[in-house]
Design a protein around this ligand. Structure first.
Ligand code: SF4
Length: 489
């Protein structure tokens, strides 16, 4: 697809809109007119100022002999933001007509629609925010309602964030095997396993160093989160070592939750559950993704739905009363009926929270490189069913985000029974407090309590880099003290 830009600087937004409709296609963005006889879909977006200060907005979509136009006269003095919105609406309408598909989030291409909803609601009230989403941003009635409901719940959680609070994140970038939709861990997952003992040793040291800095700054951890990868890919002893390093070094007197992702059911054992329980882990996540064994095979999960059910039962036997389960809508070979079976199966287990993701096909994912695009319409049906079933079962949406290249431009939503919302997920999503992060690929986000300013400190991505350049990682930790020093802490 070719996108022609003429007389404006909204190329980034227009390209994102084209990508909504053509997620797998390369989009050529250019200021040049097409060559005569050029083939393929062509989108022209132009803004031309007239002598009286008004501007002529023209959007055109053509393919072969078929051309559709949209034109409007924008009055003089119209702010650039509004010009951009008007252009986006015109382009979206033409694309929606051509592809016979009206993406639920309208022209919103950003990752945090709820944040935008909250901003509008704070200025003009919730009703006005819903109207704006529907009328100005072309968001469907269902998605506008989802944003409203999520914002309502999120707002309460945000009030729990303290000015001296932070979230602690530990990265465990190891998995038993690589899922085909994953762009996160390296392809040689099995090979990196030999690095685990050294990695755990160094991570314990980074935890100690980070805790010292937090203590000196008078900061207190409000949430702890072990994410991955799959933290339960570690042995029970390794998990104990990390949990103890956190417990012994951080002030956890203000800590409200301690989460460990036990994502892959095939990594859950009685010994690891006992170690986590003993270490005071309050919440774990066991992720079926789907309960359809055929789909599990296609996505390379290397476990069965029976293993998910028994891991869940085992966790309950070990006293875990706060379990999250992740599902993915839009997986290859999955159908709305099969997704419905999965969700109903998960609801029978009655976990405290369920996170419904939509498949996102990042470039690095094997699934994407092998060319199996997800089915947007099926994914939309799955999410519509999930929203209704989860609300009916007493779950409420409490955080929502989107990623690039999500099937159907849909969303990921965290649902929880009241009182079981995960604070960490909301805090990071809304960037309301600092995250001190340790481990390979971890990103520390420092938030100035007096403003919205965020500064990031990156750790090296892969375990071998983390081990090889560890001194650099430790020295970067000084940036945390420097940042807070500037904020007067
Ligand atoms: S469990 Fe998660 S992080 Fe690990 S390979 Fe699968 S998708 Fe990637």
């Amino acid at each position: 697809m070719t996108l022609i830009i003429h007389g404006h600087s909204f190329h980034y937004e227009m390209e994102n809109l084209c990508r909504l409709f053509c997620p797998q296609e390369k989009i050529l963005v250019t200021e040049n007119a097409p060559e005569p006889g050029e083939e393929g879909l062509l989108a022209y977006t132009g803004l031309k100022e007239r002598p009286d200060g008004s501007s002529l907005l023209t959007v055109r979509l053509s393919c072969g002999d078929s051309t559709k136009n949209s034109a409007a006269l924008l009055p003089a003095g119209m702010p650039a933001e509004e010009q951009k919105r008007r252009m986006a609406v015109a382009l979206w309408e033409l694309l929606a007509e051509r592809f016979g598909f009206r993406p639920g989030w309208g022209i919103l291409t950003g990752v945090r629609p709820v944040k935008l909803f909250g901003r509008i609601a704070a200025e003009r009230g919730t009703g006005a925010a819903v109207d704006c989403f529907r009328d100005k941003l072309l968001v469907s009635a269902e998605k506008a309602e989802l944003a409203r409901e999520t914002w309502k719940n999120e707002e309460k959680i945000l009030k729990c964030s303290r000015p001296d609070g932070f979230s602690l994140y530990l990265s465990i970038p190891f998995c038993p095997t690589r899922c085909s939709y994953c762009s996160f861990v390296s392809s040689s997952v099995e090979k990196t396993f030999r690095l685990i003992p050294k990695y755990v040793e160094l991570l314990c040291e980074e935890i100690r160093r980070t805790a010292e800095i937090a203590r000196n700054l008078g900061l207190r951890a409000q949430t702890v989160y072990f994410g991955g990868g799959t933290p339960t890919a570690l042995s029970a002893d390794q998990l104990t070592a990390l949990i103890s390093a956190v417990r012994e070094n951080f002030d956890l007197s203000a800590c409200r939750e301690f989460t460990v992702e036990a994502g892959r059911p095939d990594t859950v054992t009685p010994e690891k559950l006992a170690a986590m329980k003993l270490g005071g882990v309050t919440r774990i996540s066991i992720n079926p993704q789907t309960l359809n064994d055929e789909v599990l095979k296609v996505i390379g999960r290397k476990h069965t739905s029976a293993q998910t059910l028994s891991a869940f039962a085992l966790a309950r036997e070990h006293g875990f009363g706060n379990i999250n389960m992740d599902l993915i809508a839009g997986l290859p070979e999955d159908t709305p009926d099969s997704f419905r079976n999965t969700l109903e199966g998960v609801l029978r287990l009655s976990p405290e929270s369920i996170t419904v993701h939509t498949l996102a096909l990042k470039r690095a994912a094997r699934l994407n490189r092998e060319g199996e695009p997800g089915n947007a319409e099926a994914a939309a049906q799955m999410l519509a069913f999930a929203d209704e079933a989860l609300l009916g079962a007493g779950y409420l949406p409490y955080y929502l985000y989107r990623q690039s290249r999500m099937v159907g431009n849909l969303e990921n939503t965290g649902w929880a029974k009241p009182g079981y919302e995960n604070l960490y997920n909301v805090f990071i999503m809304e960037e309301c407090q600092s995250v001190l992060a340790c481990g390979a690929g971890a990103v520390t986000k420092l938030r100035d309590p007096g403003s919205e300013r965020i500064e990031r400190v990156f750790n090296f991505k892969y375990p071998y880099e983390y081990i090889g350049r560890y001194e650099e990682i430790l020295s970067r930790k000084e940036q945390v003290s420097e940042f807070y020093g500037k904020t007067g802490r």
